[in-house]
Write a protein that binds this ligand. Structure first.
Ligand SMILES: Nc1nc2c(c(=O)[nH]1)N[C@H]1C(S)=C(S)[C@@H](COP(=O)(O)OP(=O)(O)OC[C@H]3O[C@@H](n4cnc5c(=O)[nH]c(N)nc54)[C@H](O)[C@@H]3O)O[C@H]1N2
Ligand SMILES: Nc1nc2c(c(=O)[nH]1)N[C@H]1C(S)=C(S)[C@@H](COP(=O)(O)OP(=O)(O)OC[C@H]3O[C@@H](n4cnc5c(=O)[nH]c(N)nc54)[C@H](O)[C@@H]3O)O[C@H]1N2
Ligand code: SF4
Ligand SMILES: [Mo]
Length: 704
């Protein structure tokens, strides 16, 4: 029995540990030995709603699988030990690696679930205490293409540049590759007006729960072939222009590059778009008509993307094409209309701002920018030359482990790449080849199982910090129960490692409030400026959206109303020619496999597979296929199948679905071992964002 002891018997106001909607809830410790109670709270994003992951989030706090003492590998087995022995093993591993391989022999991998304070300190620790340039994180396979696309077109990346409540009155919303009915259920209430007006349009190869909702309300499901979102967006842009829906005034005063975009979109006639995407000319026209008529009536029009459109080897260009459509319709940077992306992880927004990304410094600054280096160096009290240059992106970093000249030691904080990395077997082998693998977690994830040292950390309800939600709103995470005796906070761990390495522990404060003050100063003048925020304002529940700096001390709920963050203040049409698919189908691999999420599980499943209610809702891996496709290989509903790609094979139970395309199958990625969807995925990387192609690879279905 682990003791998640109450600090007080009264409810503490905090937010859900899981996704970026960051639903508000209170946690009330049980007066006895039982689990804490979760109560949903009124908050603009969730309005008293929670999904079943949120409702059951306290179960993990005193779960028997909780790690409550450090573990080290002895004779091939992980064994409990004390903190001194564990951290000695970590520092010995770091020193050994760097003695033979130099500073970059040690690499660090972070996560978008870390608080802002931890994400900031992780990047600083890597650069200053380890002197390594090699830090990147799992957000690379989450938000990087959306971020690169928004940076290119708007000059800035805040996932939703407006509060979610702005969607409430909109009568037309186009969602491309987003399934919030499963991935952030309380969010869909913001789409109720659009759904009821028949103005909800969902582009997804599957009739997802979200697409269902659209169709039920009289809206549209664009059942496109996976990986053809660029063609779809350009086809819609074509229809908008030819149909006379271009907002010429907006395009000429607020944007640049339309002519180049049109030079490409002009060729995406409806019949060609239909041939490539499978979406009919009639549906293209109705979609544009819905958006433009609602815009013209002043009834709101929004376009939103998520991972279905973005997790491709041309994801940045796809985002560019979707933003181009939004610009042609005159939506971004105006009240009542807009474009945004649905950020995924709990701190997926803040996690990409404070410097745990290979090419980035705090404040969403580029590490190659001399002015950024000088500013951050002054806050850190070092010379700019002491800050290493850019490192490697997540997949490239993991793929270099143990290779000649690659890192021989790695620290992982808040990710489970054995399950979640593309081409997972290859990455698992790389992790195994390390001399020293250190994993900080609160459960023994599949990645922690491979570690030489496992460091137990507190969970969400046991820590203080801040997170930035999908709207760019900064929130307080509050401690409501005490962590188990053996767990140590990561801020403490990095401070202690810096002390043991003799590299200035005073530079790594352990109090999150002190770290927040520092990260706010480091962010001053950057794109993601937090400098006018402080802990007390956040604690008082002020709604603070970044940028919140000297010029905008009240924060910025809505961005780009006057100008975009580009040099000339205009949004850029950034449209590229549509590339052929990264891996096309062929006689040996005749189907396109795509991957994604189910309501009951979160990410690699390390947390939710341990929650009985969630595990019984979704106990086992499955593959969703059209019955005709299943029958062609002798399979039926419930049959045992193997899905095989050029990388490997995954075992799954067949789920027949008449609404599936006959060229596509879908795999959830939350399961472990031989049931990992990522055994088949393709690690082809986007040239700009380095996002892997999680959402389309050539596969075949076989009876197991
Ligand atoms: N229940 C649950 N909720 C979550 C998470 C979770 O793991 N579980 N994770 C959180 C995180 S980190 C993230 S990033 C978000 C992700 O949130 P979403 O992006 O909504 O989730 P996905 O299921 O990855 O993908 C969305 C949809 O894309 C479709 N799709 C697949 N391929 C394509 C394609 O080529 N084009 C198009 N247009 N659509 C395609 C899939 O069928 C799927 O329905 O969810 C967050 N919320
Ligand atoms: N095939 C396929 N693969 C995908 C995706 C897909 O759609 N398809 N989606 C991708 C996306 S969008 C994402 S975001 C990734 C996510 O994949 P992962 O990076 O594997 O994410 P999680 O499963 O959330 O892993 C977080 C781990 O950290 C632990 N943890 C949680 N909070 C903390 C903390 O504060 N500190 C520490 N030290 N540990 C903590 C949890 O227990 C868990 O073991 O997966 C990617 N992989
Ligand atoms: S929608 Fe996201 S934040 Fe809200 S309860 Fe579910 S997992 Fe938690
Ligand atoms: Mo994500």
């Amino acid at each position: 029995m682990v003791h998640a002891l109450p600090t007080t018997g009264s409810p503490t106001h905090t937010h859900c540990p899981y996704c970026a909607l960051q639903c508000a809830m209170s946690v009330t410790p049980s007066p006895g030995d039982g689990p804490a109670t979760i109560t949903p709270e009124q908050f603009p994003t969730n309005r008293g709603g929670l999904c079943r992951k949120g409702w059951t989030s306290a179960v993990l706090l005193d779960h028997p699988d909780r790690i409550t003492t450090p573990l080290i590998r002895v004779d091939g087995h992980l064994q409990p030990t004390d903190w001194d022995t564990a951290l000695t093993r970590v520092t010995d591993g770091i020193l050994r690696a760097q003695a033979s391989g130099g500073p970059d022999a040690v690499a660090v991998f972070g996560g978008g679930g870390l608080t802002n304070e931890k994400a900031y300190t992780l990047g600083k620790f890597t650069r200053l205490a380890l002197g390594s340039r090699l830090v990147d994180y799992n957000g690379r396979w989450c938000m990087s293409s959306a971020a690169a696309g928004a940076n290119r077109s708007f000059g800035l990346d805040r996932g939703m540049p407006f509060p979610v409540t702005d969607l409430d009155d909109a009568r037309a919303v186009l969602l491309i590759g987003a399934n919030p009915a499963d991935t952030m259920p309380p969010f869909v209430q913001h789409l109720d007006t659009a759904a009821a007006a028949g103005g909800m349009v969902v582009a997804d190869p599957r009739l997802s729960a979200t697409a269902h909702r659209a169709v039920d309300g009289g809206g549209i499901h664009l059942r496109l072939r996976p990986g053809t979102d660029s063609a779809l967006a350009l086809g819609l842009l074509h229809v908008a222009v030819v149909g006379g829906h271009l907002d010429t005034e907006y395009v000429s005063t607020r944007t640049s590059g339309f002519d180049d975009a049109w030079a490409i979109a002009a060729d995406w006639m409806p019949d060609r778009t239909e041939r490539v995407t499978g979406v009919s000319a009639d549906q293209l026209e109705r979609t544009v008509e819905l958006l433009s008529s609602s815009r013209d009536a002043g009834s709101g029009a929004y376009i939103l993307t998520a991972r279905g459109a973005e997790q491709h080897s041309r994801g940045t260009d796809t985002v560019g094409a979707v933003i181009a459509l939004a610009l042609a319709l005159g939506l971004p940077g105006r009240p009542g209309t807009g474009y945004g992306t649905l950020t995924g992880q709990g701190n997926g927004q803040g996690g990409r701002e404070h410097g745990q990304k290979a090419d980035q410094l705090p404040g969403y600054r580029m590490i190659t920018d001399p002015a950024a280096r000088a500013h951050v160096a002054s806050v850190w009290g070092v010379e700019p030359e002491e800050i290493p240059g850019p490192g490697l992106s997540a997949f490239e970093l993991l793929d270099a482990l143990g290779e000649p000249g690659g890192p021989t030691a790695m620290l992982i904080h808040a990710s489970n790449p054995v399950v979640s990395a593309p081409d997972a077997d290859r990455i698992t082998a790389r992790l195994r080849s390390l001399d020293t693998l250190v994993v900080a977690d609160f459960v023994l994830s599949e990645t922690a199982e491979l570690a030489d040292v496992v460091l137990p950390v507190p969970q969400w309800a046991e820590e203080e910090g801040t997170l930035t939600n999908l709207e760019g709103r900064v929130l307080r995470r509050r401690r409501s129960v005490t962590p188990p005796d053996g767990a140590r906070d990561e801020l403490w761990i990095w401070n202690e490692l810096a002390r043991r390495l003799g590299r200035g522990p005073e530079r790594f404060p352990t109090d999150p409030r002190v770290v927040f003050d520092e990260l706010a100063r480091a962010s001053a003048g950057g794109k993601a400026d937090y400098s006018a925020m402080d802990w007390d304002r956040l604690d008082a529940g002020e709604a603070l959206f970044w940028p919140c700096g000297a010029d905008s001390p009240a924060g910025t709920p809505r961005m780009f109303l006057d100008s975009f963050a580009t040099g000339d203040g205009r949004a850029r049409f950034a449209v590229a020619a549509v590339d052929p698919p990264a891996e096309d189908t062929c006689p040996d691999y005749p189907l396109l496999g795509t991957t994604g999420r189910v309501l009951a599980h979160y990410q690699s499943g390390a947390q939710t597979r341990r929650v009985p209610e969630l595990a019984s809702a979704e106990p086992e891996m499955w593959v969703q296929v059209h019955p005709v496709v299943a029958r062609a290989v002798g399979l039926d509903d419930g049959g045992r199948a193997r899905v095989v790609s050029r990388r490997g094979a995954v075992e799954a139970l067949v789920r027949c679905d008449e609404d599936m395309r006959t060229d596509t199958l879908f795999l959830p990625f939350h399961f472990a071992g031989a049931a990992r969807a990522n055994l088949v995925t393709l690690p082809e990387l986007d040239p700009y964002s380095r996002m892997p192609q999680f959402k389309a690879c050539a596969v075949r279905l076989e009876a197991a």
